[in-house]
Design a protein around this ligand. Structure first.
Ligand code: BGC
Length: 344
């Protein structure tokens, strides 16, 4: 029995398409809020590298703080055939739309670093943000159990900022209740912007007549803004200031003595874990990593949460520099050789 030529051609085509889809390179979509904060460049590079090693191609889109842009970029990535979307939302609430649209297209979604709320999210990969907040506050109360504290929180649109506050308050509450710590300023900064922190700090210094002993700044960028305001009043280095991310500028300020500490988070590990999970999902393989459950308002989301670490001038060399996250010559660039006692 012979097939008719037309049917034969169709069968061959289907066969070829089948082979083609098996050998097709996996595409992973990476949707980013911003590249403004130094850390996100590191996350992107590590994520792209690990996906590449696993044979997947990454399509990167940056929304520059616009929710509408991120939504349309998500649609584009789905049209371009992304098998999985990895999302760092600008707004953790409105990004639920992206999860819905992806699921309609049969595509799974991983929230990276920032949780996507009220959605049927597939996985969350992050670094324990409550732990970050707790470590920042623990550092301050250990150095200064009594005094006037200013709190500068991150973006109200980012669930991490709320988690950070939760961790900070768990530590500070007994000190506040006893009247040992007085909160003389407490504000949230739009989009984690350093310039917002600068303004908040300038206003607080004016209002309190410079009576500030410690600043609980939620990340390094905002620590930079707060320290600029302190410097205007010749107070830089005299007031404790926290941070988060181990940005180069923050590590330099720690070496110079104007910032007290930062939180070092292994971004490479975070990005690698997300890349490995994304590729496994794209191949429909079961996830082998151990997960914990994090509620997002709609469900308990299987999550991988890594552990943050507190770093000041005393353990800078043994942690951030030893890991190669920042280079010694960069961190101590502005510190005269004779003062580099910690840089051994
Ligand atoms: C991240 C921080 C970062 C901040 C601003 C947060 O969601 O966890 O590491 O500093 O966003 O980009």
């Amino acid at each position: 029995m012979f097939m008719r030529p037309k049917i034969l051609a169709l069968c061959l085509l289907a066969l070829l398409q089948g082979c083609d889809s098996k050998n097709k390179t996996i595409k992973i979509g990476l949707l980013m809020d911003t590249l403004q904060t130094e850390r996100w460049q590191h996350d992107r590079d590590a994520f792209v590298k690990r996906c590449g090693e696993l044979g997947a191609q990454v399509l990167v889109q940056v929304a520059n703080g616009s929710d509408a842009t991120m939504n349309s970029q998500a649609e584009n990535l789905l049209t371009q055939g992304a098998s999985v979307l990895v999302v760092i939302p600008h707004n953790g609430t409105t990004a639920a739309t992206i999860v819905d649209a992806s699921h309609k297209a049969g595509v799974k979604v991983i929230a990276y670093d920032r949780l996507i709320m009220n959605s049927d999210l597939d996985l969350y990969v992050s670094i324990d943000a409550v732990g970050v907040g707790a470590r920042q506050a623990e550092y301050l109360v250990k150095k200064l159990p009594k005094g006037n504290y200013v709190i500068i929180e991150g973006a109200p649109t980012d669930n991490n900022a709320a988690l950070l506050r939760q961790g900070q308050m768990e530590v500070l509450k007994p000190y506040i209740d006893r009247g040992d710590i007085k909160i003389v300023g407490d504000q949230w900064a739009k989009d984690w912007l350093p310039v917002e922190a600068l303004k908040i700090m300038e206003n607080t210094l004016t209002r309190t007549g410079n009576k500030v002993d410690a600043v609980l700044a939620s990340n390094d960028g905002m620590a930079g803004g707060a320290i600029q305001a302190l410097a205007e009043q010749k107070l830089a280095g005299k007031v404790l200031v926290t941070g988060q991310d181990a940005d180069l500028a923050a590590c330099q300020r720690i070496a110079e003595g104007t910032q007290s500490m930062t939180i070092y988070k292994s971004l490479t590990e975070e990005a690698y874990k997300a890349a490995e999970m994304a590729v496994a999902m794209a191949k429909n393989e079961p996830l082998t990593e151990k997960t914990t459950m994090v509620p997002n308002g709609k469900k308990d989301v299987p999550s991988i949460l890594l552990v943050p670490m507190s770093v000041d001038k005393d353990n800078m060399m043994a942690t951030i520099v030893a890991d190669g996250f920042q280079k010694k010559e960069d961190v101590y660039k502005n510190v005269p050789k004779e003062n580099q006692t910690a840089a051994k």
